[in-house]
Every structure is written in structure tokens, then in C-alpha cells.
Write a protein that binds this ligand. Structure first.
Ligand SMILES: [Zn+2]
Length: 338
């Protein structure tokens, strides 16, 4: 990428950019590519200029002076030399439009998720990854805390030029790729440099639902775990509260193994609970990848997340006592014996 464009992208890290006539000249060779996709559009002319007519650097307001029968003329006032006429060409300005950059890359409108900061680009090229664009990140912290989808396993976050420090994202950084490394400028626009893009992306993860994409229930206010009945099948469960029924698979609850997508041992723990009504520490449960305690923790978190109910779904237990649910649970007729 040519240096003037690199400088422009570096400025986009800091927030919205308006280009002056001089900066436009700097980008001369790439101007057509920038304007073709609507990435730069002319905006209102400058109303303040730096005075270049005296030895004291100072800013000055620009005033128009309409004159009958002549084109409008523009002046600024300098304390040393008086009225200084401005060339209207030098007052022109162009706004850089980040959403148009997203459209140039994906062929679609992108969705502004946080004003002037985060845009969702959608699928990137032919990959299953979901692209995000974060411009104007400089000086911010906790960006990914505000939009956790940035941390989804299939997400890739593009920044204009520089890699932000981890603190800019929050506690965990997403997969971040600087656009200047994966773009190419053609005579007619800006495009992905596909080989560079492929080289920046690690192998694609198994498609998993982002945490926030999982179905969630809306239970009537005041619902408590004791009002809940779960009927459990091999791969699904049905939750009922009064006459309301909700069905979900183990994957909807986030209880699939990250690699194989088979039921996680926490789901097997739930099946065991459905068959026996409680979970004693001595029960012979398949706990290859974790202890009973870990599985109950995962189950507790999954049930709370899915139902939106705040309280603990399990009774408080002392060491060596069996875990007992506060909800009613039973095995469906179809549930295979252990
Ligand atoms: Zn001056």
C-alpha cells in the first residue's frame, strides 16, 4: 500500500478524518480509487484556516464577502497584515467514510454497531468468518466488552492500520488484522488482497454459535426454578412453566464439545440427573473431561443463561452430599437407559 494511503489509514485509527485540499493532493495517485467507492466525499468547506501570511502561526475564521456581479470571495483576518484572500479551491474538504470502505470490501452495506467505532461487515470473502471493522479505537478501552460478538470464534476484527494494545479490547483481544496488510488498491477501487488475507487468518474454527446467538427464553416475571420442569431426551430437553413449553437441543444450551460437537460431559450429567433425580458424588458418571463439580458448574451456567433465571438451579450442598436440583426433572419415555 502506498505511503500516503498508509498515513490516511493510520489517522482512521484515531477517529473520523476530514481531508484538506493539501492532503487530497498528497493522495493524488490513489484519489480515483478512493472516490470510486464513495470512500471520500466532498463535505462543507473549511471555516477556519491557518494563517500563512505572517510570522505568527495562528488560526483564523474564514468569512465570505459577496460582491454584486462577481463570484463570492473569501477572506481571513490577520492581526499583522489585515484581510487575506483565500483560494476557494484550498478551502475544499473531503470526509472519509468508513462504512463505504466496508461496502467496497464486501459488496454490501455494513451495519454500524457502535456509532463511529464498530461496524459489522458480515461474511468475509468466501470464508465462514464474520468480519468487523473497528476504526477510531485509539484512546479507547474495553471495546470488546461492549460488543462481545467481536470475540466469537469465527469473528475477525479489522482495524485500519495499527494493532491496538490488549487493554483497548478488554480482558481478551479478538483476532485482529490491520486492513493495510490485506488491501490492494486498483485503478478503480480498493479490494481484498486475497492471498494476504488468507495468510492473516488462522484455519477456520468449527462453526459454533456465538454465545449471544444462542436461543434464550422469555419466562414470565417472577418465575423461579421451583416452577420449572425439565423433561430430558437423549439430545433435547423440554422446559415447562405452567402451560408454556420450550424445547432446546444440547447445542442450543452451549453444551456441545468444542471440537467434536458431541454432547459435553455436562450434558451427560444432566441425563444422569434426569434418570436418578440427584447427583451423588459417588455416582458413576462419565467425567472424562472434568469432575462432577465442574460439570455441575457448567450445567448451572448453561441453564441460567438459557432461561434467564437469576437464582441457583441447585440447592446448596455440603461436601459429599448429592447435588439436588431446585427444578423438577424427569427422563422422557424415549431416554435410553444409561
Ligand atoms: Zn496572520
Amino acid at each position: 500500500m502506498p505511503d500516503p494511503l498508509r498515513r490516511l489509514f493510520s489517522r482512521l485509527d484515531g477517529g473520523p478524518v476530514t481531508l484538506t485540499a493539501e492532503e487530497r493532493r498528497d493522495l493524488d495517485e490513489d484519489w480515483e480509487a478512493l472516490s470510486a467507492g464513495g470512500l471520500v466525499v466532498e463535505t462543507t468547506p473549511a471555516t477556519v484556516v491557518e494563517c500563512a501570511s505572517c510570522d505568527e502561526p495562528h488560526a483564523a475564521s474564514v468569512r465570505s464577502v459577496p460582491t454584486a456581479g462577481l463570484p463570492t470571495r473569501w477572506f481571513h483576518h490577520c492581526p499583522s497584515v489585515g484581510a487575506v484572500q483565500e483560494d476557494p479551491e484550498e478551502l475544499r474538504r473531503w470526509a472519509v467514510r468508513v462504512p463505504a470502505l466496508g461496502r467496497a470490501l464486501t459488496g454490501r452495506d455494513c451495519e454500524e454497531r457502535v456509532p463511529e467505532l464498530i461496524w459489522r461487515l458480515g461474511p468475509v470473502g468466501a470464508t465462514a468468518r464474520v468480519g468487523w471493522l473497528v476504526a477510531g479505537w485509539r484512546g479507547r478501552t474495553g471495546i470488546a466488552d461492549a460488543v462481545p460478538e467481536l470475540l466469537a470464534p469465527n469473528a475477525v476484527v479489522f482495524v485500519p492500520c495499527r494493532l491496538p494494545a490488549v487493554a483497548a479490547w478488554g480482558t481478551v483481544p479478538p483476532l485482529v488484522v490491520p486492513l493495510i496488510d490485506v488491501l490492494t488498491v486498483t485503478g478503480t477501487g480498493i479490494e481484498w488482497n486475497r492471498s494476504a488475507l488468507a495468510a492473516c487468518l488462522p484455519p477456520e474454527p468449527v462453526a459454533v454459535l456465538a454465545r449471544d446467538d444462542r436461543p434464550r427464553l422469555t419466562l414470565s416475571p417472577g418465575t423461579d426454578w421451583k416452577d420449572v420442569t425439565l423433561v430430558v431426551e437423549d439430545h433435547h430437553l423440554e422446559l415447562s412453566v405452567g402451560n408454556a413449553r420450550h424445547r432446546a437441543g444440547y447445542e442450543d444450551l452451549g453444551l456441545a464439545d468444542g471440537r467434536t460437537r458431541a454432547p459435553h460431559t455436562a450434558w451427560l450429567t444432566l441425563l444422569h440427573l434426569a434418570r436418578t433425580g440427584e447427583l451423588a458424588p459417588a455416582d458413576d458418571i462419565d467425567t472424562k473431561s472434568g469432575t462432577l463439580k465442574n460439570n455441575v458448574s457448567k450445567l448451572r451456567a448453561a441453564l441460567k443463561r438459557w432461561t434467564g433465571l437469576a437464582g441457583d438451579p441447585f440447592h446448596t450442598v455440603h461436601r459429599l452430599e448429592p447435588y439436588r436440583p431446585r427444578f423438577v426433572i424427569r427422563a422422557a419415555d424415549t431416554l435410553k437407559p444409561a
